[in-house]
Write a protein that binds this ligand. Structure first.
Ligand code: SAH
Ligand code: SF4
Length: 372
């Protein structure tokens, strides 16, 4: 074990794994209850667990591996968390309020709020997309499964979200989840545990820049997870400029893997299309997109480019985004425009982390230049 490496976190285990590690095995369910129903992160406070077992747990495991160092609240109810790891790196997660609570005249809740949690899978990213803020800081390391699961627990605890309250998970924070498939798939299973947070895999969406062989591997795992592809361009020429990964796995290769991917019969594969002014936002592109997705059970999510310091791209005009969406919808393709939740808290990919680095004077010249 290295100096910085410590004992494994209890958040890194499925229930069966924990059962095989603890004897008697019913202790595993009790621990799970403390971790995910009580949000307890101090073994000494798990008071229905014997002293001997508490000592055993303490000598073999830890619980918490990340600490929130900054929380920004948006006026729309969304919150952005900046977490610090034990080895001193920062990454972020966003709690997005999709719908707010509705009360009747007597103050009773008629409809609960709806939450989506946007998780990070890596610190930084290797893919290097030209429009992405995360890419500019380079790649540091993968998050481990416990660090991924703990993002959810932390946000639920901090925002008083009940353990049994349904939330959706999207792996759309920092990092390329398919470059860290082992830890991400483990986290998906842990989050889905019925005795834990019970967030079924079909409520979890992996967003990928299109690592074709890993899409295949993910499909073979048969987790029941939802898939989102960051497409962003309809020609290989433009896509390779925006997303260098396209030189390794081009549009056709990615779409072939998508066609083979096991999709829940009630669901569709999401294609994210980042609209950038004057780059990919005309009707010609919409027509090409329609042709590309022919035969795939797809839905399109249009994302408006979120400008950041040093980027040479611009936000598209709303009328162009609407025309693009209208065209697709008229042709029968499901298409939504992503609402910019938490826009006042710099909620796009990697931006809170960069802001804080800048305030600390850490930002470098190299990281200010966009690549296209
Ligand atoms: N690496 C994965 C998941 C994380 S990025 C992926 O690329 O899919 C999540 C989404 O945020 C991607 O669709 C990405 O293209 C988008 N994104 C990155 N930078 C953005 C920006 N400046 N404005 C809006 N969306 C951005
Ligand atoms: Fe990585 Fe996704 Fe950002 Fe591309 S958009 S650099 S794949 S995090």
């Amino acid at each position: 074990m290295g100096i910085l490496e410590s004992k494994p976190s209890l958040y890194a285990y499925t229930l069966n794994e924990l059962k095989s590690l603890l004897s008697p095995s019913f202790r595993a369910k009790q621990v799970y209850h403390w971790l995910y129903h009580r949000y307890e992160n101090n073994i000494a406070l798990m008071d229905n667990i014997s002293k001997a077992m508490q000592e055993h747990l303490q000598s073999h495991f830890i619980i918490s591996q990340i600490t929130p160092v900054q929380i920004e609240k948006s006026s729309d109810g969304s919150k952005k968390y900046l977490f610090q790891t034990k080895d001193g790196h920062t990454f972020e997660s966003v709690l997005i309020q999709m719908k707010s609570k509705e009360l009747d005249e007597s103050g009773e809740i008629v409809k609960g709020e709806k939450w989506t949690m946007c998780l990070s899978s890596q610190i930084g990213c290797k893919v290097g997309c030209a429009f992405c803020f995360t890419a500019k800081g380079g790649f540091v390391r993968n998050l481990n499964a416990g660090e991924i699961v703990e993002q959810v627990v932390m946000m639920k605890r901090d925002s008083n979200i009940a353990p049994n309250k349904r939330v959706n998970i999207v792996y759309m924070g920092m990092g390329e989840p398919l470059h860290n498939l082992a830890n991400v798939s483990q986290a998906i299973k842990i989050l889905a545990e019925l005795d834990g947070l019970s967030i079924s895999a079909r409520r979890q969406t992996i967003s990928t820049s299109g690592i074709a062989p890993k899409i295949k591997e993910l499909g073979e795992l048969n987790l029941g997870v939802q898939l989102a592809i960051s497409l962003h361009a309809v020609s290989d020429e433009l896509r390779s400029k925006l997303m260098p990964i396209n030189k390794a796995y081009n549009i056709a290769e990615v779409l072939n893997e998508v066609r083979a991917f096991p999709v829940d019969s009630r669901k569709r594969v999401m294609f994210e299309y980042l609209m950038i002014k004057g780059v990919n936002d005309d009707i010609k592109a919409a027509k090409k997109l329609l042709a590309l997705l022919n035969g795939i059970k797809a839905k399109v999510n249009l994302i408006l480019f979120n400008p950041h310091e040093g980027s040479e791209f611009e936000r598209p005009l709303m009328e162009d985004v609407r025309a693009f969406a209208d065209f697709l919808v008229k042709k029968g393709l499901l298409c939504t425009i992503r609402e910019s939740k938490g826009i006042d808290i710099s909620a796009a990919c990697g931006q809170l982390r960069e802001k804080i680095k800048r305030e600390n004077g850490e930002i470098t010249q190299k990281s200010k230049k966009a690549k296209v």
